[in-house]
Design a protein around this ligand. Structure first.
Ligand code: F6R
Length: 592
């Protein structure tokens, strides 16, 4: 999982590559590097750490004709300077940046050793560079496209690459199972893992498909597949979808938590126009006809899909949710006419893409709900739906979670023919605004737990779904170990972990579970826990830590999630942690 960027032509390559890498650092940020050719000489600069660190090392340069850059999320080899990309082939004919994983790299290393190659790094990418170089030398340095074809025949795994070959006036590329887009502009040809780095240069793109490869010059693009040249298919991307602006906020996460009301409004405006739902009628029919709806997702998106299961169960439809990395290796099929729903912010999560391949190979219908038009899941789905949340930069998903569950609530409205879904969403928007106004109260509560080594969230029913998401947020942003439990479950074991001052946050969104949850909290308090209750205003007993406005019970847990987002944010803030880029994480997880 990494971000790559490259270009050939007469752009300002310093600002394009470094600016582009900053926009791609959601894909990883443990090391970074750049290679550019200036006056016929290739300059290579790499560092452990972020693109900002790289920026400080790269001199001002003008007049380069070709450049590539990389921001890394280490898979093979520790994040250090040597393992950072660009990687260079043994005889330095090739500089390459790579996003993906070469699964057979150990076997290929053995093969290359027998061909006289020795290795300088712990990466799998070095193997691609050496293989390309080996095949190129084998064919008398006559045909690099042939060398790419020979290399692709040997590689197993995923790759999106940009390749500078020695003194050639061409930027080569090849792609399998990792995203890669080419941007076409007056100034030259560009490529990147997504279109954001190129949006200021062009709105004309080519979305590369798996097993495509080729090269570009300043004015030409040559695309190949299966040994034949093919015509590129151009697509347009709208610049408005990709605003990358922190708008005076200290962190993107804070800005994005507070964008939820706008995002939910836009979602409702897109999917309900003049009182009529705009969902594809065939898609709705497919859901109605399915004998089971199977959600497949990861992380936050998986927790959002738990609401999808509940919403469909509510209308009497059988529905289940699976974690993609589990389902991919043990596909479960218990129904004759299943319909699959892939829920993914990025639309590129490798574990989900692997599941979609299985589903597509069986010719089964599937829906991809993503925040990324033209992403792999979106393109390969029978029905692609967008959540219109806009670019989310903070690594922790916040507004996109809200949009995913908001989308599912509107879908429920369309399936049941209920026109109140939009009114309910309006009430949610109002309740979120109310939390935003009172966020300082959450900040004060957060200060009480910053020294805690671990924390529990408890909830019953849908509040348990919310608790799962709140605990995930706290883990990833504040590095505090957090667990979510159904309120009644702690006494079956985990209560042994409760000691003096262990923080426990109880969530209450529905009168049906309020009393039981309060009893659970009392049991924990009796064992020394420091307890806080986040509760609907009407259900408060006057002692609760934070109150949320009254809204429909099926959406009320979302107000608890907004509490949890702020809570994690403020705990991390007080601890002085890198909120938008927590350690070891990346925004799009493009390795299985
Ligand atoms: C947590 C988070 C991750 C993602 C997960 C799936 O804040 O962002 O848990 O939800 O990696 O990513 P997508 O939704 O892009 O498939």
């Amino acid at each position: 999982m990494c971000g790559i960027v490259g270009g050939i032509g007469n752009a300002d390559f310093r600002s394009y590559i470094l600016g582009g890498l900053k926009k791609l650092d959601y894909r990883g940020y443990d090391s970074a590097g750049i290679a550019y050719r200036l006056n016929g000489k290739i300059n290579l600069i790499k560092t452990q750490g972020t693109v900002e660190k790289l920026d400080a090392l790269v001199p001002d340069f003008q007049g380069a004709d070709i450049a590539i850059g990389h921001t890394r999320w280490a898979t093979h080899g520790v994040p250090n300077e040597i393992n950072a990309h660009p990687q260079v082939s043994m005889n330095a004919l090739i500089h390459i940046v790579h996003n993906g994983v070469i699964e057979n790299f150990r076997a290929l290393k053995t093969k290359l050793r027998s061909r006289g190659y020795t290795f300088r790094t712990q990466t799998d990418t070095e193997v691609i560079a050496d293989l390309l170089e080996y095949h190129y030398i084998q064919n008398g340095k006559k045909d690099f496209i042939k060398a790419i074809e020979n290399t692709m025949d040997e590689l197993e795994g995923s790759y999106a690459t940009a390749i500078i070959l020695d003194k050639e006036e061409r930027l080569y590329f090849m792609k399998k199972a990792s995203p890669l887009l080419i941007g076409v502009s007056e100034q030259g040809h560009f490529l990147a893992s997504d279109c954001v780095p190129m949006m200021h240069l062009t709105d004309k793109f080519v979305d590369l498909d798996d097993m495509e490869y080729g090269y570009m010059t300043k004015s030409e693009l040559h695309l190949f597949k299966n040994h034949r040249q093919i015509p590129p298919k151009f697509v347009k991307r709208d610049v408005d979808d990709f605003r990358y602006d922190i708008s005076g906020y200290e962190h993107f996460m804070l800005k994005e938590i507070e964008e939820a009301p706008y995002v939910l409004r836009r979602l409702a405006d897109n999917y309900c126009v003049d009182g009529e739902y705009t969902f594809n009628p065939d898609m709705l029919e497919s859901i109605r006809k399915a004998d089971e709806v199977v959600f497949i997702a990861c992380g936050t998106s998986y927790y959002a899909s738990l609401f999808g299961v509940e919403f469909l169960n509510y209308m009497g439809k059988r529905a289940t949710a699976y974690i993609a990395s589990e389902w991919a290796y043990r596909p479960q099929r218990f129904s004759k006419k299943p319909l699959y729903i892939f829920l993914s912010q990025s639309g590129e999560t490798a574990d989900i893409v692997a599941c979609q391949k299985i589903v597509n190979a069986e010719g089964l219908k599937n829906i991809a709900i993503t925040n990324s038009k033209g992403s792999t899941l979106d393109r390969k789905a029978t029905y692609g739906c967008l959540i219109y949340a806009g670019l989310e930069v903070g690594v922790a998903a916040t507004k996109t979670y809200m949009a995913q569950v908001g989308f599912l609530s509107l879908l429920l409205g369309a399936l049941t023919g209920s026109h109140s879904a939009v009114t309910h969403l309006d009430a949610l928007i109002d309740a979120v605004r109310d939390i935003i106004e009172r966020k300082e109260a959450i900040h004060e509560l957060a200060k009480e737990v910053i020294k805690a080594p671990s924390l529990f969230y408890i909830g019953r029913g849908s509040d348990y779904n919310a608790a799962l998401e709140c605990a995930l947020k706290l883990k990833e942003i504040s590095y505090i170990h957090a667990e979510a439990y159904p309120g009644g479950e702690l006494k079956h074991g985990p209560i042994a972990l409760i000691e003096k001052d262990t923080p426990v946050i109880g969530l209450i969104s529905s009168p049906a579970i309020a009393l039981q949850l309060r009893n659970n909290i009392e049991e924990l308090k009796a064992r020394g826990a420091k307890t806080f209750i986040v509760c609907n205003a009407s259900l408060s007993n006057g002692t609760d830590a934070f109150l949320t406005k009254e809204i429909k019970p099926y959406l009320a847990p979302l107000t608890k999630v907004v509490f949890g987002q702020y809570f994690s944010y403020y705990v991390a803030y007080e601890k002085g942690l890198p909120i938008d880029k927590p350690r070891n994480l990346a925004k799009a997880v493009t390795v299985e």
